[in-house]
Design a binder for this molecule. Structure first.
Ligand SMILES: Nc1ncnc2c1ncn2[C@@H]1O[C@H](COP(=O)(O)OP(=O)(O)OP(=O)(O)O)[C@@H](O)[C@H]1O
Length: 289
């Protein structure tokens, strides 16, 4: 497990991270969400050791990470830093070699990644000849070629079309399933909602919410319910103690007094469905930031 404990960081007088703590569990995909400038990249750079924290610590497998015991990270930075003139296959293999991977292993890993990322046909093209979406896939291959122990990805899905998102998702899911903790930032909440096991939301340098996706949805569920009856449900606005939030003929969403509403509905006739309303990640995000 990767543990981030109380990390703080300022740039001049500007406190960018204030006691940020969260865990990235092995075998799970953790989505790191926050508005622009909330501190995601700064946190990731501190975890990777490319930026110093002014307080707090990061540990891996219960050992504080130091330059000596730093695990092998796979990192996809926000500013994509590959060589435009270098051929795709050659470049990924070379990056694997830079991480100390033996040549034949680096070549084998590269070919497997190119296949998984549907780039085999572009292997001998120069990076600059590829579309931006395909360059992004190459960047993902570059983060994975050395079989990292921990994966940290800054916006891996930005700029990808829906089919490419699926391809990249499959590759990342496979890594997570093999026991690698995967932390990635994203502004695409629908993707995070579908993909993540765990979610961390940061707001102005502080953790605003964290937990498994389901825990978060339950915690923020509030006191809202949806009911579908046989005929118009407008009568709900007259039930004491409740507030009608949405009405669409026989379907209504209301807040509070669920038992009173249910009883009143049954007294009137058929109840077709009655369920608590669980918020989407988008709604939770807007509530906490
Ligand atoms: N090297 C730096 N010098 C000064 N300020 C910095 C530096 N790096 C980051 N910041 C500031 O720290 C804050 C957090 O930036 P960071 O890049 O971590 O946010 P982010 O959540 O990754 O944003 P985005 O979603 O826009 O990528 C911002 O106000 C940014 O301007």
């Amino acid at each position: 497990m990767l543990n981030v404990r109380g990390i703080s960081r300022s740039f001049g007088d500007h406190k960018v991270l204030d006691e940020v703590s969260f865990d990235v569990r092995p075998g799970r995909m953790t989505g790191f969400l926050g508005a622009n400038g909330s501190g995601k990249t700064t946190t990731m750079r501190i975890v990777l050791g490319v930026l110093a924290a002014h307080g707090g610590s990061v540990s891996w497998q219960d050992q504080e990470i130091t330059p000596q015991n730093r695990p092998h990270f796979g990192y996809m930075p926000e500013e994509r830093g590959l060589y435009p003139k270098m051929k795709v296959r050659e470049q990924i293999t070379w990056l694997g070699r830079l991480h100390g991977v033996e040549r034949t292993v680096a070549q084998r890993n590269t070919d497997q990644l190119l296949e998984d990322l549907e780039l085999t046909g572009r292997a001998n093209d120069r990076l600059e000849q590829l579309s931006l979406g395909n360059q992004q896939r190459v960047q993902i291959a570059a983060a994975l070629v050395h079989d990292p122990e921990v994966l940290i990805l800054d916006e891996p899905f930005s700029g990808l079309d829906p089919i490419a998102v699926e391809t990249v998702l499959d590759v990342l899911r496979k890594r997570a399933a093999s026991g690698v903790p995967v932390l990635f930032s994203s502004h695409q909440l629908a993707i995070v909602e579908r993909l993540c096991d765990d979610v961390v939301i940061i707001s102005k340098g502080r953790i605003a919410a964290k937990g498994s996706r389901e825990e978060l949805r339950q915690t923020h569920a509030g006191d809202r319910y949806e009911i579908v009856v046989a005929e118009d449900a407008g009568w709900i606005r007259d039930v004491p103690g409740t507030t009608l939030l949405e009405l669409d003929g026989p379907r209504a969403v209301f807040e509070s007094a669920p038992q009173q509403v249910l009883k009143a509905a049954l007294d009137r006739g058929e109840v077709r469905s009655f369920t608590p309303v669980v918020p989407t990640l988008d709604e939770i995000f807007k509530e906490v930031i």
